[in-house]
Design a protein around this ligand. Structure first.
Ligand SMILES: Cc1cc2nc3c(=O)[nH]c(=O)nc-3n(C[C@H](O)[C@H](O)[C@H](O)COP(=O)(O)OP(=O)(O)OC[C@H]3O[C@@H](n4cnc5c(N)ncnc54)[C@H](O)[C@@H]3O)c2cc1C
Length: 451
């Protein structure tokens, strides 16, 4: 089946197909709003996801709908733009077609912005035991595991097993790991402190494992030290220079130097490795693109691939080294700016022009640890504490895609701030599979003992 939106409707217009409605794809599509082109955005999800706030869904602070916006709604005022729900499985650069799981789509220019996925460093079996955080499903899965662990601990008669239920291990101390650890500390020490009768949620142990020698490795050493101190104040235990060597259903083993430490823990979250979408490999096979070690596509200075000026790769799927000699970081502003850049370049080409190479304008980076605890490095200015925290809140609100979501999130944050509550702490989905009895060591619960 050939999917319709293009040639059938407006055969004369230049057809731009954008794969992925994340930061790169969406910003490219929006920047083509007034261009004389026919844009089709294909995504396997019908929504744009604001990944920077996923950890708040994973910890019950926000609900999924507050950080996701339906792509059709976001783009419904762009009359030159079609939105298709579909999964791209293959690319035929000779025929200029992308293959979907249920059809094909022709293009004149292709923008690939399919992002990335988790990477378990050759240990795919860890994924089931230590889910990563990338999708809404991941976030609700992690949320279920976190709150189920407290439920299981409440019913667990064996102190050692109870301790394991109350131990949370986060692998990776980048921004996501640090954010999760801070939020978990708040849950244990404030949100849940009156909710249970047989356990004290404040006894929860939160351990962050990091292979580098400090937390937040991409940040400067002084900001890393401040983040580490903030985590310590929250009671989070940080193991740096530590490598995970095994993950089992009830424990994580880490190697620090020559020593192995086994940490009994029932909840493990993966916030360590990221690799590019498999569409990078497809492009390598079909169009001879070169990939880096993370599977990202090496792009030219204008974000196209060598030998195919009509194929652009942007965002987390691209490896752009032309500015500094090293790859640009996998962050939203890179994807957004590349999206806008290729949109401009496409329009310039249509009138016979070109464009200067892409240049990333780095406006800085921020990571939040908890209330009034964040670190920021903006325009060479490094700061932390309440000012960094307020800046983080403001920036994240501003970049949420729709006004309704901004309002909802602002209201939710204000309420959570005053009450320490996290109203979205639901255990949903695979509750049978995750039930304490199935995952616990004993059939004897505290309940049944008491009776
Ligand atoms: C938990 C987390 C926290 C983060 N926090 C921050 C932060 O605080 N600040 C920051 O700057 N960056 C942050 N990032 C990174 C940032 O989200 C990414 O750099 C950014 O999303 C990359 O944009 P992208 O367009 O390349 O990919 P994405 O935004 O990931 O979008 C890819 C899109 O492609 C779609 N797709 C994938 N494969 C296919 C296919 N085969 N067919 C059809 N559609 C497909 C996906 O459904 C998705 O919608 C975070 C990332 C994560 C996971």
């Amino acid at each position: 089946m050939h999917v319709r939106p293009h040639e059938a409707v407006e055969p004369v217009l230049h057809r731009v197909v954008i794969v992925g409605g994340g930061f790169g794809g969406l910003y490219a599509a929006q920047a083509l709003k007034r261009a004389p082109v026919r844009v089709t955005v294909v995504d396997r999800r019908n929504f744009h996801l604001f990944q920077p706030l996923l950890y708040q869904v994973a910890t019950g602070g926000l609900s999924p709908g507050e950080i996701a916006s339906p792509l059709r709604g976001v783009l419904n005022r762009q009359s030159n733009t079609y939105v298709l729900l579909g999964e791209v499985t293959d690319i035929d650069p000779d025929m200029r077609r992308v293959r979907l799981s249920d059809g094909t789509l022709s293009y004149d220019t292709l923008i690939l912005a399919a992002g990335g996925q988790h990477h378990y460093f050759g240990n795919p079996q860890w994924e089931a035991l230590a889910p990563g955080l990338k999708t809404i499903e991941d976030a609700t899965e992690i949320r279920g595991r976190i709150f189920l662990a407290f439920e299981a601990a409440e019913r667990e008669p064996d102190p050692a097993v109870r301790r394991a239920w109350l131990t949370f291990v986060i692998v990776g101390a980048g921004p996501t790991g640090v954010e999760l650890a801070g939020a978990l500390s708040e849950i244990a020490n404030h949100t849940l402190k009156r909710d249970f009768r047989t356990i004290d949620s404040r006894e929860a142990r939160i351990v962050v494992i990091e292979g580098a020698d400090r937390v937040l490795p991409p940040y400067t050493a002084d900001l890393s030290a401040k983040a580490a101190a903030a985590l310590e104040r929250l009671g989070v235990q940080v193991r740096t220079g530590a490598l995970v060597t095994s993950i089992e259903p009830d424990a994580v083993t880490v190697r620090v130097g020559a020593n192995d430490e086994r940490i009994p823990a029932r909840t493990v979250v993966w916030a360590a490795g990221v690799q590019a979408s498999p569409l990078g490999r497809v492009l390598a096979d079909r169009a001879g693109a070169t990939l880096d070690r993370a599977g990202r596509v090496m792009v030219e200075a204008d974000c196209s691939i060598a030998g195919h000026p009509e194929i652009f790769v942007i965002g987390d799927l691209a490896c752009f080294t032309h500015q500094t000699g090293t790859p640009l970081p996998g962050v939203a502003p890179v994807a957004m700016q590349q999206g806008r850049y290729v949109a401009r370049l496409i329009q310039q080409r249509l009138v016979g022009g070109g464009a200067a190479p892409f240049r990333y304008r780095d406006k800085g980076s921020m990571a939040v640890i908890g209330r009034h605890a964040a670190v920021a490095d903006i325009a060479g200015l490094r700061f932390n504490g309440s000012l960094a925290w307020l800046t983080w809140l403001f920036v994240h609100l501003m970049y949420l895609v729709e006004f309704d979501n901004r309002l909802l999130v602002l209201t939710e944050w204000a309420w959570n701030y005053v009450t320490w509550n996290r109203g979205a702490r639901l255990i949903t989905g695979r509750t049978k599979e995750l039930s304490p009895r199935r995952r616990g060591d004993t059939e004897k619960t505290r309940d049944s003992e008491a009776r």
